[in-house]
Write a protein that binds this ligand. Structure first.
Ligand SMILES: [Zn+2]
Length: 457
């Protein structure tokens, strides 16, 4: 943290990034699945990522970036469409979406970018997630074959680098690193806990009794498991770095996480069922031609990435987007960008758990307040007095219209949503029972079966 100047608002330090003037730069979009910003040394935490930290020195680091959906498929679909989950309509394990707007892969593929994805975890298997839509090459080979379910960072990085080496420019690559996701099994368990006093390890078998809202956990055990998680993050770094090291410097690079991980509030080793800051605060680093390095403190959300990419590439889409561009052209300096000013008034940030499950939560966050609705029940936290979200407070009247406001935003998308097409069987294997193998595998990673493809009321 101390490497950067730090004052409120936008801070710009360092040299201008090289600006090539090209409107068709390659795009590398890296997602570190399940990495909470607060655990990273880059954000004041413990887990070192030397290669990512070095990369960040020449990039724009957003200190306050928030996931809208603490679940892998929802979050990726929202990142890659720029709209909220009820609008993109993707349902985990159904592998399809009713959204008519282009995904990033469709947007760039339609303009002659070569597109490829390198997937690290089975939750983004193309057949079950549908995220392969628009990609020329979607590398999820063998991910759903037990017992693998995940691909280590070395493999993701190597595959992505090999593909880039042979690709015609411009290209768009999505690299999905899954190593920090449960279970927590670093190769060096003692990295951040050299003399562990816990007998637990980070396996599914060891942690199953405590996972989600399970049995209470001894603080010594919990500290050890958090150390394993942090070690996984650090061990992933060199492979992310190997990928970054192959770049020429004229690419657009977005590095972020789809959501964080919960080690508190009685909800352990998962992320998808709560809307506390620990599962929503994610790292976000953008490096692009014409974008000055520095640190920005404005609160931004993952929904903003799609419109930001449009700005950087000077493109537009006809369908409505829920985010806003974080950058704008600098009128005084052709080919360069500056942070876009925040909209007038207090900005609301919405988050959501799976809207297709009963008991779905809706979260509304401002700089000062967090409100969480569970149906008609409302819990509010005054973040100025209670940043750990432990003591419910009386919600301010001005924010009580959250559910109505959110529903109004969704209504804007209705003309751009088509009925969900049937679930697609994988092309290269026999049609599976849609609730059998794929779903069981997803459940092992903490995902559950969807009761029906209709949003919960
Ligand atoms: Zn995820």
């Amino acid at each position: 943290m101390g490497r950067f100047a730090s004052t409120p608002g936008l801070i710009l330090v360092g040299m201008l990034a090289a600006c090539t003037g090209s409107r068709r730069p390659p795009v590398l979009w890296i997602v570190l699945d399940t990495v909470s910003a607060g655990h990273l040394a880059l954000y004041g935490g413990r887990a070192r990522m030397p290669a990512v930290e070095a990369f960040a020195r020449d990039a724009l680091v957003f200190e306050s970036a928030w996931s809208n959906f603490p679940e892998t498929q929802f979050s990726h679909w929202s990142m890659f469409t720029g709209v909220m989950p009820e609008a993109h309509g993707n349902i985990p394990a159904f592998g399809t979406s009713g959204h008519v707007g282009p995904t990033v892969a469709e947007l760039l593929g339609g303009r002659a970018w070569a597109t490829a994805a390198f997937i690290g975890g089975a939750t983004l298997d193309g057949a079950s997630s549908g995220l392969d839509r628009g990609f020329d090459h979607y590398d999820d080979e063998d991910l759903m074959a037990p017992p693998l379910l995940a691909r280590p960072a070395l493999d993701v990085s190597t595959r992505a680098r090999d593909w880039i080496a042979g690709a015609k420019r411009p290209w768009f690559v999505f690299a999905h690193f899954f190593d920090a996701h449960f279970p927590y099994m670093p190769s060096n368990p003692g990295l951040y806990d050299p003399r562990p006093r816990s007998r637990l390890d980070g396996t599914h078998q060891s942690l199953a009794p405590y996972r989600d809202f399970g049995a209470p956990m001894d603080p010594v055990d919990l500290a050890h498991i958090v150390a394993l998680y942090d070690a996984e993050i650090t061990e992933m770094d060199r492979h992310v770095g190997d990928l970054l090291a192959r770049l020429r410097g004229d690419e657009i690079v977005i590095l972020t996480a789809d959501h964080g991980e919960s080690f508190e509030h009685g909800y352990l080793f998962n992320h998808r069922a709560v809307l506390y800051d620990s599962v929503l605060h994610v790292p976000l680093i953008i490096k692009a031609p014409g974008v000055e390095p520095g640190r920005a403190r404005e609160r931004v959300e993952l929904l903003d990435l799609y419109p930001t990419l449009l700005t950087l590439l000077d493109l537009s889409v006809e369908t409505p987007l829920d985010g806003r561009s974080l950058l704008e052209k600098d009128p005084g300096r052709p080919g360069r960008f500056r942070l876009a000013p925040l909209p007038e008034g207090e900005r609301r940030f919405y988050s959501r758990t799976d809207p297709w499950l009963e008991g779905a939560l809706l979260g509304l966050r401002t700089d000062e307040w967090k409100l969480i609705w569970n149906g008609d029940a409302l819990t509010a936290f005054d973040l100025r007095l209670d940043p750990e979200e432990l003591r419910p407070a009386e919600a301010p009247a001005a924010l009580l219209d959250g559910p109505r406001d959110y529903a109004g935003k969704l209504g804007l998308h209705a003309p751009f949503t088509r009925p969900l097409p049937p679930r697609r069987p994988p092309a290269d294997r026999p049609p599976p029972d849609p609730r059998a193998q794929d779903t069981r595998l997803l459940e092992q990673l903490g995902y559950v079966e969807r009761p029906s493809p209709q949003p919960a009321p």
